[in-house]
Design a protein around this ligand. Structure first.
Ligand code: FDA
Length: 403
């Protein structure tokens, strides 16, 4: 065991959203922080987030009711951090850095220019806190040595009383994601909730999918649902047909709640009484049913849908009432069984992670004294729409205060 004094009060592993923010906050409180990341560039996920504009938070987040926008073993766990560092606090910081932003949809805030503005903000905050960076730098092991930790890196071993794990989830391994945080938790005997891809496109296959394969590229607003009774969850968002299945915000949102082997339900014409509209059309029109339907849903969908039944391939005035009823019912309650997801390659986040029962909700310190976990590596998963970044900021802030 080395007797040399710890040069750093804390080592933060992972220079993504949570790690950068935590390091800056702690540094500005006088904590001597070393920030280490194995990727050549900081904040790669911030860079690609929000289509390159970074959906950095959400105005609709209510910290008193985190279960509305977060899932995990205990959604109430994030209440403390989200209440102490709010969306409003991060918005103030963005304003102080002179970054222009706008609200797009359902409280989602995006930068006007580029995600790079947010990376610069985080680096400036780290700079103001005198944070030292080692990057790219591989962390080979973290060992307990008496009262402190020895962190073995490819630049040598450093000692510290506190280690913050901010290594994120498993999504998009091609830009640096790793299971480091999960392995470290296991090494120190901390429980994990089985990780799984979330906010991810769903795949479909076989003959049942054939009629819809031709719709790749088509987007439309839908109401999408999964689960039954108390466990039912629904979203009103856009759905996108892809070559392998379904994507778009509606599907990404529902994928976080979907359990393999269970169906999802889609209303392809939400807000329209398709049965009534077709009954009225039958009284006044001789157009093909597909053409009448195209007034309610996109024409490509109307064509593909009506090809499925000979009773739907005729003028609307000649269609049987039963056939029209079945058509309306099918569009309003399209039930389909996903074969799987596109996996971590396409998932925006990883659900599961460090079991929140292992962590203090005030400080993010684990039962292993001096070892902290923040951001996506924790079993806290937000909805699409800036919620995951707000969790990264809030958990990073809570931890940064406590170091
Ligand atoms: P993050 O993944 O940001 O950082 C982890 C860091 O740890 C990385 O820099 C990585 O290199 C490093 N690391 C991993 N293993 C390591 C090891 N062994 N040693 C050293 N370093 C290691 N969210 C949102 O709110 N709004 C949005 O607009 C989007 N958009 C979006 C788009 C896409 C395509 C994706 C994939 C994800 C999003 N997200 C999002 C989700 C959001 O990016 C994500 O939840 C946060 O970045 C999580 O922040 P963390 O700091 O926890 O992990």
């Amino acid at each position: 065991m080395s007797d040399s004094p710890s040069v750093y009060d804390a080592i933060v592993i992972g220079a993504g959203a949570a790690g950068l923010f935590c390091a800056g906050v702690a540094g500005q409180l006088g904590v001597k922080v070393l920030l280490v990341d194995h990727a050549p560039k900081v904040g790669e996920k911030i860079r690609i987030s929000g289509g390159g504009r970074c959906n950095f938070t959400n105005r609709e987040l209510d910290p008193r009711a985190p279960h509305r926008h977060f899932l995990g073993g205990n959604p109430q766990f994030c209440r403390s951090a989200l209440s102490r560092y709010t969306a409003g606090d991060f918005i103030d910081l963005v304003r102080r850095h002179g970054i222009a932003f706008h609200e797009k949809h359902k409280g989602q805030l995006f930068g006007d220019r580029s995600s790079e503005d947010f990376i610069r903000l985080l680096l400036a905050e780290c700079g103001a806190g005198g944070v030292e960076h080692w990057q790219p730098c591989r962390v080979e092991a973290v060992r307990r040595e008496g009262e402190r930790y020895a962190v073995d890196t490819d630049r040598g071993t450093v000692h510290t009383p506190r280690v913050v794990v901010a290594t994120g989830g498993l999504s998009i391994p091609q830009i640096g994601a790793s299971d480091f945080g999960h392995r470290l938790a296991r090494q120190f005997g901390l429980d994990l909730v089985e990780p799984r891809p979330a906010l991810v496109p769903l795949t479909f296959g076989g003959e049942a999918w054939q009629p819809y394969a031709q719709l790749a590229g088509l987007a439309l607003p839908v109401r999408i649902a999964t689960g039954e009774k108390k466990a039912a969850m629904a979203f009103d968002e856009d759905l996108l047909f892809t070559h392998r299945g379904l994507s778009g915000p509606a599907v990404l949102q529902i994928s976080s709640y979907w359990t393999p082997g269970t169906p999802i339900r889609v209303d392809l014409a939400p807000g329209s009484d398709v049965a009534q509209l077709l009954a009225q059309a039958k009284l006044r029109s001789r157009k093909l049913l597909a053409n009448e339907l195209a007034a309610i849903v996109p024409a490509r969908l109307a064509d593909a849908w009506t090809q499925q039944d000979p009773g739907w391939q005729r003028p609307v005035n000649e269609a049987a009432d039963k056939a029209l009823g079945a058509l309306a019912q099918g569009l309003a309650r399209w039930e389909l069984l996903p074969t799987g997801t596109e996996g971590y390659r396409k998932a925006e986040v990883t659900a599961g992670g460090i079991d929140t029962r292992m962590l203090s909700q005030q400080t993010m310190e684990s039962r292993q004294s001096g070892l902290y976990f923040i951001g996506e590596v924790v079993d806290v998963t937000g909805w699409l729409g800036g919620y995951n970044f707000q969790w990264a900021w809030a958990s990073g802030w809570a931890c940064g205060q406590a170091l």
